[in-house]
Design a binder for this molecule. Structure first.
Ligand code: SF4
Length: 763
């Protein structure tokens, strides 16, 4: 909300005080289910927490009072006028500060002494405020303060009237803006009509000049004016010359008639004032429209004919009737005002309003209402050709801009404005609460927009994208022997607004802090819960002493709040906020993208797998080739033997003798011996030499036992040059695990049991 000046707002305190009484859980639960008794309600002592800081309204710089007809072109709140005045005077330093303070104090006084049922002139209210202020200042400072006010008064000029937040003011503001709007369109029409009149006049004058009448001495004298000329002689000479090319008689008559019509109609309407075109309901407005319609049709016919005559394009056209008036025709008419209260909107007036909308008549209807939850403005929007504004009297900025736009629109307009007072708080704060709580959302529908998004605008409602309007408030928590200030967020819900209304007080039960319990949930949270079993909704209130309370909201009110929320959500959807169609499309699009992503991931994984398989296949081929190459180097024709952990050629150095041994092998009688050898060979140590990574590890450990072959790959050169422990450790260190220690040869080597165990994973 707006800022405050010179206000020491009492802090809101959260304190457990037994003097505030207590309420049992059972009482709370019973109240929640059944509600209470209006007569016993204590709600009149409480204010919704977000409203509390604004209660001292005269010290808060709010939207009212509003100055109209002052120095500013548009209506302006008093507080802004004072700010602009301070800036305009431009005093600096100490003097500037003193002047600023004097004017702010004057602002407070002017607000304090404003009677809401009166409309003051700015000069009068300034005078009242100055006198009241002077009476409060001590004598020493009085002269200086009054000096500042005098300077400010001279700078400002004090033109204009002061409007407070009242029924009367809404009508006055509407009328004032109508006058401003009519003044500017009046100038445009006047220019156009004057031009048409002048041109028609010119054509007729030229025609006159050709006539015998124009050749008479008195006419010649009047038009030429020179005294020394003999006008009788001149008349005789001119009359002897025969004129040709006169306007056809019918055309001349038509032009004369049009000229008369243009002058008459425009003369009648151009100086119109609000009083002449203001109706008290829609039925009367239609009557005014019908009464002026014949004149208007004649005027439009005359203007259209004149235009064609001037441009030598005249052709006879169909008679203009109400049904075929277009936007340009209506722009020439005088917009009629209706200022009425909602209780006058009976069946007859509803029908008249419908007719105004259907025919697109230039009638601007202001309906002041004290009822919340009305769908009148929303239904009117659906007509499509009606400018619609719904707002509250507190929202002056929206009120002014909506009036201006609706009055500038060529067709009909409906302004649905909520204003109601409350016995507890001012009219301004009450209507502002209706707006903040979404009881009366503020919106515009402008038929001139190209798309729905351009036509419908919800941005005048505070925080339109949210469920509720939310603000932070500082709370001083007292307890445990100390005070702590915390900033907390509170929502202003429909329940907060209804808590101000005497018709609903029996739905709220204030509960002091000592009786708060875990079942209680802030109403905004409660309304979002899927399962509310065992939960009790509450709103936060402040009592006269600034102490924070909770008020349990009866279950009976919950459906009303849900229904209002649904209405608000529908408006949000219309404004494209959380639109369910859009949400659906977004959800479907998200799913589609997710599906696409999963397919992409699967494709990438498959590609990786293929690449891996290919690499493994290539590596296997390389290894096999190496093994084969290694064996071929040894001169054997049985390379696959090298894959089995069997014969000595795998773990001893390739030598000429060994090659010979292999050459003689392969005969039948040796098969049994060979199998024996293979069984034996599981106990012998060996290295898968072709797979050695040439890391030096085993060589470094025992270069007598291990050595590299010609391919620089390790083999067991001399088993007897080391111990079983050397083999086991080398096997453990080998990064490619190609050393197989086998069984120990020396059964006396120390620690064999453990070494055999360690060797197991490598054999
Ligand atoms: S430790 Fe393994 S990889 Fe390294 S040289 Fe010895 S056998 Fe080859």
């Amino acid at each position: 909300m707006e800022t405050k000046i010179g206000v020491n707002v009492r802090p809101i305190r959260e304190v457990e005080d037994e003097n505030l009484g207590s309420v049992s859980l059972k009482e709370i639960q019973t109240f929640f289910r059944k509600g209470g008794d209006k007569k016993k309600s204590a709600m009149s002592h409480f204010t919704p927490v977000l409203l509390y800081p604004y209660l001292d309204e005269k010290k808060a710089r709010l939207n009212y009072p509003v100055i109209i007809g002052g120095n500013s072109e548009r209506p302006v709140p008093l507080s802004r006028m004072i700010d602009e005045l301070i800036e305009k005077i431009g005093a600096e330093g100490d003097e500037g500060e003193k002047l600023r303070r004097a004017l702010l104090r004057l602002e407070v006084e002017m607000k304090s002494w404003t009677d809401p049922n009166k409309i003051y002139t700015l000069a009068d209210l300034w005078q009242i405020g100055s006198e009241k202020l002077a009476s409060k200042i001590d004598e020493k400072k009085k002269e200086a303060t009054l000096g500042y006010l005098k300077t400010a008064k001279q700078t400002l000029g004090l033109e204009g009237r002061v409007l407070t937040c009242s029924d009367k003011s809404i009508g006055a503001l509407f009328g004032y803006l109508w006058s401003s709007s009519w003044d500017s369109s009046n100038k445009e029409i006047d220019k156009e009509v004057t031009e048409l009149i002048a041109k028609l006049d010119d054509i007729l004058r030229v025609d006159d000049a050709k006539s015998g009448k124009a050749k008479r001495p008195e006419y010649l004298k009047a038009s030429m004016g020179a005294a020394e000329i003999d006008y009788n002689a001149l008349s005789n000479v001119l009359s002897s010359v025969k004129s040709t090319n006169f306007l056809p008689v019918e055309r001349r008559r038509r032009m004369e008639k049009n000229l008369r019509t243009l002058r008459n109609y425009w003369g009648k309407f151009k100086n119109a004032t609000v009083d002449k075109i203001k109706a008290h309901d829609c039925v009367s407005a239609l009557k005014i429209w019908r009464d002026q319609l014949p004149d208007l049709l004649q005027f439009i016919t005359a203007a259209r004919t004149a235009y064609l005559e001037i441009n030598s394009k005249y052709v006879k056209f169909d008679k203009i009737i109400e049904a075929n008036l277009d936007e340009n025709d209506l722009a020439l008419s005088l917009p009629i005002l209706v200022d009425m209260t909602v209780d006058k909107l009976d069946a007859e007036n509803r029908y008249a309003l419908l007719e105004i909308a259907n025919k697109g008549l230039p009638i601007k209807v202001l309906i002041r209402t004290n009822k919340t939850g009305s769908k009148l403005a929303q239904r009117a929007m659906m007509q499509g050709n009606l400018y619609v504004m719904q707002t509250t009297a507190s929202h002056t900025e929206h009120l002014i801009s909506g009036f201006e736009k609706g009055l500038a629109y060529q067709g009909p307009a409906l302004f649905h404005v909520y204003i109601d007072d409350s016995p507890r708080i001012s009219t301004y704060l009450h209507t502002a609460s209706a707006l903040e709580s979404r009881a009366v959302p503020a919106f515009d529908f402008n038929p001139t927009g190209a798309s729905w998004a351009e036509r419908f605008d919800l941005s005048s409602t505070p925080q339109p994208e949210s469920e509720w309007s939310t603000e932070s408030v500082v709370v001083q928590v007292t307890g445990g022997g100390g005070n702590e200030e915390t900033e907390r967020e509170f929502c202003f819900t429909l329940a907060d607004f209804l808590a101000l209304n005497s018709d609903f007080v029996d739905y709220f039960m204030p509960v002091p802090k000592s009786s708060w319990n875990n079942a209680m949930a802030p109403i905004d949270d409660y309304l979002k819960m899927d399962d509310v079993k065992g939960k009790i909704p509450y709103i936060s209130l402040v009592d006269h002493n600034g102490i924070l309370w909770r008020a349990v909201v009866s279950e009976k009110l919950i459906s009303t709040i849900y229904s209002s929320m649904n209405g608000w959500r529908s408006l949000q959807e219309l404004a494209g906020i959380n639109n369910s169609h859009v949400q659906k499309v977004i959800h479907a699009e998200k799913e589609r993208l997710e599906e696409e992503k999963q397919l992409e991931i699967a494709a990438i994984q498959q590609a990786h797998q293929d690449e891996l398989d290919k690499t493994v296949a290539e590596m296997t081929e390389t290894i096999v080739s190496r093994i084969a190459a290694g064996l071929l180097t040894e001169g054997t024709s049985a390379p696959l033997i090298s894959l089995a952990p069997s014969s000595s050629p795998k773990h001893v150095a390739p030598s000429e003798d060994s090659v010979k041994e292999v050459e003689v092998s392969g005969t039948d009688h040796d098969v049994a011996d060979e199998e024996d050898e293979e069984e034996e060979s599981f106990d012998d140590p060996y290295i898968d030499t072709p797979m050695c990574a040439t890391c030096n590890e085993c060589i470094t450990r025992n270069s007598a036992m291990f050595a590299y072959d010609d391919n620089k790959q390790a083999y067991i050169k001399d088993l007897s040059a080391g111990t079983y422990a050397d083999l086991v450790v080398a096997a453990e260190k080998c990064p490619v695990r190609v050393i197989h220690p086998g069984k120990p040869k020396d059964s006396n080597e120390p620690g064999l049991d453990e070494l055999i165990k360690r060797a197991e994973p490598f054999n």
